[in-house]
Design a protein around this ligand. Structure first.
Ligand code: ATP
Length: 236
């Protein structure tokens, strides 16, 4: 059997005496989008932070390309192709272009230019604002910049923490659309969300509830599961 790009098994994570994640297992295949749905406090951020190495795990394994990275520090995980996209991904005082340059810091210069060029083509707003300070962008534009900054590093798997947080519905739709353009090519995504709009391009869905995976399947499986839909989304 082909090994997934990311293979997480029986992960247990907590803070002091509090156990937050219990035996969490999941997989993300290369170039696919996987959505991790969960309400506030279900443990999504805790999971993403432990995957990137910002939180120690109590037990379990995190395999990237079959190699256990569970004891690696965050910078080594980033060099291996993981990226964590949080809400505070941009440096407000720097220009849009300088933020992108920082994102591509590890790339050789020629490749960095090329990557910036292709991002400017995909996200023309960034080209128009390239000389402006990131602080002058709207909240939604800043999120797009944070996303582009992470893409500059050409990661293989992007861990996205609630891209919809704080966004107006129209910007949420734009974010969904942007993600859709990366469907089936480009990096893989693990998207932690509460908003089911992000299921559009997803290959697979996990529902995290109180630190445990309660459902896994395709978006179609989820749609067909009246019990789960009623329990988690109030949809009959
Ligand atoms: P949200 O969408 O609100 O960020 P989440 O699904 O990302 O929610 P987490 O932030 O991972 O959830 O929180 C899961 C649980 O861990 C919650 O009960 C929270 O109170 C607890 N928790 C989170 N961070 C800490 C911390 N630094 N110390 C102690 N407990 C924490």
């Amino acid at each position: 059997m082909k090994m997934a790009l990311l293979h997480v098994s029986s992960l247990n994570v907590g803070y002091n005496s509090l156990n937050v994640l219990t035996d969490v297992s999941l997989e993300v295949e290369a170039k696919t989008q996987v959505v991790l749905l969960g309400a506030n406090g279900s443990g999504k951020t805790t999971l993403l932070k432990s995957l990137i190495g910002l939180l120690p795990v109590r037990s379990g394994h995190i395999l990237l390309d079959g190699q256990d990275i569970v004891r690696w520090d965050p910078s080594r995980r980033v060099r291996a192709g993981l990226a964590y996209l949080s809400e505070t991904g941009v440096i407000a005082s720097l220009s849009v272009e300088d933020n992108l340059n920082i994102g591509g810091y590890y790339l050789p210069r020629g490749l960095r230019r090329q990557q910036m060029h292709s991002l400017y083509q995909q996200l023309p707003m960034l080209y128009e604002k390239r000389k402006n300070a990131a602080s002058s962008l709207s909240g939604g534009q800043r999120k797009i910049l944070a996303f582009a900054k992470v893409l500059m590093g050409q990661p293989r798997l992007i861990l996205m923490d609630e891209p919809s947080a704080g966004l107006a519905p129209v910007m949420v739709n734009e974010m969904v659309q942007i993600l859709n353009t990366y469907r089936s090519h480009g990096p893989a995504f693990l998207i932690a969300e509460q908003n089911i709009k992000f299921l559009v391009g997803a290959k697979y869905v996990y529902i995290l509830d109180n630190g445990q995976i309660r459902f896994q399947g395709t978006p179609e499986d989820l749609d067909a599961d009246a019990h789960i839909k009623a329990a988690y989304f109030g949809l009959a």
